[in-house]
Every structure is written in structure tokens, then in C-alpha cells.
Design a protein around this ligand. Structure first.
Ligand code: NAD
Length: 256
């Protein structure tokens, strides 16, 4: 059996691709020869990433896309498929922080609803919109980005942790449901990564945390996660489905 490691000509949609791990994933997919829909609710950052890919000789188009906008999901997926002639790969990556103490009566419901909407509900909606196109693909791949917060939890992070744990469940359930059709559905749980999301954590605090909690003793780079994401998208990754892979510098492995 000969399996291809080439993404040349594959068509990929990445959410939250204007920054951090989404940006790195879009850039690596394009460097591997995929056509990439660079989507983000920050239109300017999506455009900048698409421009950078194009300047480097790759194929990318930017879309302003808020994943919590139910109607826009269908429109963007249809536009991407129309523009590139199909859709093979969906990377559900867009994310926000959602810390809130459980007894904060003024904010908890608001933050919970936002977290579930952006981090979880959007995944199933985008997958549902993409499914007719994925069903026509020869190597359909879905990768959902969760977090090590789906496997353990940080104090006062319950809206985020619950939504991310939901992503791992959704991944397994859809892997089972879509496996017979050859569509793979996998999930990555990044640990502490240098991105926009963690940019407000002071460097000294990052170092202290990483030394105390990870095996590698450091934060990860967005590319170190993105390469795993892209690996799951290869045509050759055809028998990997329903898995949740921590890319966390050994954070989940470490007890002391
Ligand atoms: P980031 O802030 O650098 O990038 C997130 C991107 O998502 C931004 O460009 C932002 O504009 C976009 N975005 C946010 N809400 C959106 C929405 N409603 N619609 C469309 N785009 C939206 O952060 P990142 O760390 O690269 O985050 C990527 C994913 O990784 C997220 O799902 C996040 O929860 C997850 N994650 C991050 C870490 C970490 O340490 N950085 C750890 C575990 C998981």
C-alpha cells in the first residue's frame, strides 16, 4: 500500500488563522502545497497572513469570519468550496480565554455561553456545513483544537475547561459516526504555547510555570503544535481517527 504524504492541491479551511497556532498551521499547510482559506474574525490579521503566504509563493485567500455567527458559517464554507473547487481539510482552531470563578453571579453565564459558543458549538456547525464537501474529498480530514484544560483544569477556568472537554467528546463521537466514510476526526490538546492568547502572561511567570509543570521546562512555539495538526491532515494519516493528542511538552505526563 502506497500512501501519500503530499498535501499538494488539498483545500483547507483554518479558523482563527490570523494569529498563533492557526497562523502557523495555515502557513505550514500552504508551504506543503495546500490552498488555504485563512479565516479569522480579525479581518486585518487574516488578510496579513494570507498576504504573507501568497508573497512566499503559496495559495491563500482571507475571510473575515466570526465562528460564533451561525449564518456566516454556511456562507463562508460555501464561498471557500466555490473559490477553490472543494474542501478537504477543516481545522477548528479559533479560541478565546474564558476564566471565571463559579460564584461570579454577574459574569458566569455570559462567559459560559461565549465559551461554549466559540469553542465548541462552532466546531459542530462548521463540520456540518463542510460535510457535503468533505464527502466528495479523497482524503477528508477534520482536526479540532482543544487544550490540556480538557484533560486537567486550572483554577477558575471551568467555562473553558468544560467547552474544551466537549471538543474531545465531539471528536470521538464524529470519528465513530464518519469513520465508514473515510473522514477522520482528531483532536489536539496544546499545552502552554507562546501565542496571542498567552501574550499577557509575563515572561517570568511563563518560565516559572513551564519549569514547574512541563517535562521540557519551557513554553512551546505555535509551529510545534501546527506540525502535529498538519500531520493529521496528510492523506497518509488515513487510519488515525478519534484520538486526542496532547502537544504539551510533557505537561500531562508530569506528576512532580
Ligand atoms: P491566539 O489568540 O494567538 O489566536 C486565536 C485566534 O482566534 C485569533 O486570531 C483570534 O482573532 C481568533 N478568534 C477568536 N475568537 C474568534 C471567533 N469568534 N471567530 C473567529 N476567530 C476568532 O491564540 P492561540 O493560542 O493560537 O489559540 C488557538 C487555539 O489554541 C484556541 O482554540 C485556544 O483555545 C487553543 N489553546 C491555546 C493554548 C495556548 O497556550 N496558547 C493552549 C491550549 C489551547
Amino acid at each position: 500500500m502506497t500512501l501519500s504524504r503530499s498535501l499538494k492541491g488539498s483545500i483547507a479551511l483554518v479558523t482563527g488563522a490570523g494569529s498563533g497556532m492557526g497562523k502557523a498551521t495555515a502557513e505550514i499547510l500552504a508551504a506543503e502545497g495546500a490552498h488555504v482559506a485563512v479565516t479569522d474574525y480579525d479581518a486585518a490579521s487574516a488578510q496579513a497572513v494570507a498576504d504573507g503566504i501568497t508573497a512566499a509563493g503559496g495559495s491563500a485567500v482571507a475571510w473575515a469570519f466570526d465562528v460564533s455567527d451561525k449564518d456566516r458559517i454556511k456562507a463562508v464554507v460555501a464561498e471557500v468550496a466555490e473559490r477553490f473547487g472543494g474542501l478537504d481539510i477543516v481545522i477548528n482552531n479559533a479560541g478565546i480565554s474564558a476564566f471565571c470563578p463559579i460564584d461570579d453571579e454577574d459574569h458566569y453565564d455570559l462567559i459560559w455561553d461565549r465559551a461554549v459558543n466559540v469553542l465548541l458549538t462552532s466546531h459542530q456547525r462548521i463540520i456540518r456545513a463542510a460535510l457535503p464537501h468533505l464527502r466528495r474529498s479523497k482524503a477528508a480530514r477534520i482536526v479540532n483544537i482543544a487544550s490540556t484544560e480538557a484533560l486537567g483544569a486550572t483554577n477558575r477556568d471551568s467555562p473553558y475547561a468544560a467547552a474544551k472537554a466537549g471538543v474531545t467528546g465531539l471528536t470521538r463521537a464524529l470519528a465513530v459516526e464518519l469513520g465508514r466514510e473515510g473522514i477522520t476526526v482528531n483532536c489536539i490538546c496544546p499545552g502552554p504555547i507562546h501565542t496571542g492568547m498567552t501574550s499577557n502572561v509575563p515572561d517570568a511567570d511563563k518560565q516559572t510555570f513551564a519549569k514547574r509543570r512541563t517535562a521540557m521546562g519551557r513554553y512551546g512555539a505555535p509551529e510545534e503544535v501546527a506540525h502535529m495538526t498538519v500531520s493529521l491532515c496528510l492523506p497518509a494519516a488515513s487510519y488515525i481517527t478519534g484520538v486526542t493528542i496532547p502537544v504539551d511538552g510533557g505537561l500531562m505526563a508530569r506528576n512532580a
